[in-house]
Write a protein that binds this ligand. Sequence first.
Ligand code: HEM
Length: 500
Amino acid sequence: MLHVFTIILDYAAFCSIILVTGIVVKVLYNLYLHPLRHYPGPRLWAATRLTWTCSMQSGNFHRHLRDLHDRYGPVVRIAPDELSYTDARAWKDIYGNRNIFKNRIWAGQEEATHPLSIVSTDEATHVRNRRALMGAFTEHAVIEHAPILESLVDTMIQNFKQDAIKNQGRIIVNISDWLNFLAFDISGALSFGESFGSVKQGYAHPWVEISCSFGKGIAMMASINYFRPLDKLMKYVIPAKVLEKMQYHKQLVHEKLMQRLAMEHKAKSQDFVGSIMAYNEEKGEVKIPMDEVEANMTVLIFAGSETTATAMVSIFMQLLKNPERMERVQKEIRDAFATEEDIKIANLSHLDYLTAVIEEGIRLGPPAAVGQPRVTPKEGEMIAGKWVPGNTYLAVNQFPTFRSATNFTNPDSFIPERFLPSSPYPNDKIASFEPFLLGRHKCVGQKLAWAEMRITLARILYAFDIKATVPPGDFGDQRTFIFWEKKKLDIELRPREECL
Ligand code: HEM
């Protein structure tokens, strides 16, 4: 018996020695022989992917990246096989390059078991789904969607006013929650033909909460997928509660989609489902099968709401901290319209200061703060003036790029004027600001997002005098797990007399 026990111990010791030797050799290779060894960056990040993983799982990845870029410059080696960029030239070199594809590791396992969609890494699937959805995002479609957006924003404003009237002319609302309700309601209306009713009822649909877990799920998946064969254990690592929520999410998408397809009055609508159906009809065959339609809806519910709500929360946070800028944008909106009813999506794009406020708010709190990873082809590629070997992961990470003092003067200050033609900082590298990405994967919902942000901000800023109840901190101090973990943002709203 003792003999067997000794053999097992010897075997375990032997395996441990092999494992430790393997790890040491790999670390030494990464540091001294790897083709990326000459790129700047801290040794701990270059030696092993574990450092990257711990940072990603801490929720502080965006801030760590910023510190690294401040220390090492516009390109940093942030894992043995990955580079992060803040150089404006890298946008076009990476995302505008037909030879550079999405990093399959992020979504690899998910794709093996799930139907494909517009965000799939397979280029042909992407093109097919993007074409099918484009109809819902044209200028013309945004005009069709405008009354839906305007009406949901109006419901929110009327809610605030009624509560203020009952409460001596003022209310305190957690605007972070309300903007999430609104963005999800809009996503619901354009995905499934009806809103979730969150703005009307003043409380969150379960989907809002699911979206927070969803971001964490992607961050965890992205981390584990780098450690093959550990990714096979994924389903055991994800907490049962998260799996339950994912299941619930899918079931809900399925039910809502069936309801939408049964809506006869929506047959000609250019909403998300309508656009795909019209595409299939035009092609005379089912180019997008029903399981892909469903997968697209799963993506669009989050892609369209979490992002836009985040941008608006960041904008509000900055305006609350900068009363003179709040005053200037309110004056611009109030001077432009005689009454609230005159404010429509169609007549907001000429408000230059509002546009600059939105851009500057997004610069300080970019919804897609980190990620959008890509990979170089095996023969390598020139990026930002320097040769990058094949099979290297790379990304322009927005948070460190938009907060870089090399790109923007006073990078942590809210100065919308920098986006105006008369900018006080003519040397700012505005070309480094691409919050919606560029190239073939750029945000398909950009026009819709602009319409949503403009009408929401213009209506609130026109109707209410606004104050913070506690001084807001820096948006960037919050944690990110692909999405931002947005904290409560209480504000005091006082309806103007002429708006009651
Ligand atoms: C301020 C708001 C928004 C921002 C900053 C934003 C940002 C982005 C970014 C950076 C990407 C590229 C992701 C990647 O390639 O990895 C993207 C893609 C996408 N966005 Fe947005 N987005 C916003 C709003 C919206 C809205 C309102 C919708 C739709 C309702 C939407 C739908 C999509 C879709 C479907 C894609 C995938 C496009 C493709 O791969 O072809 N987004 N967005």
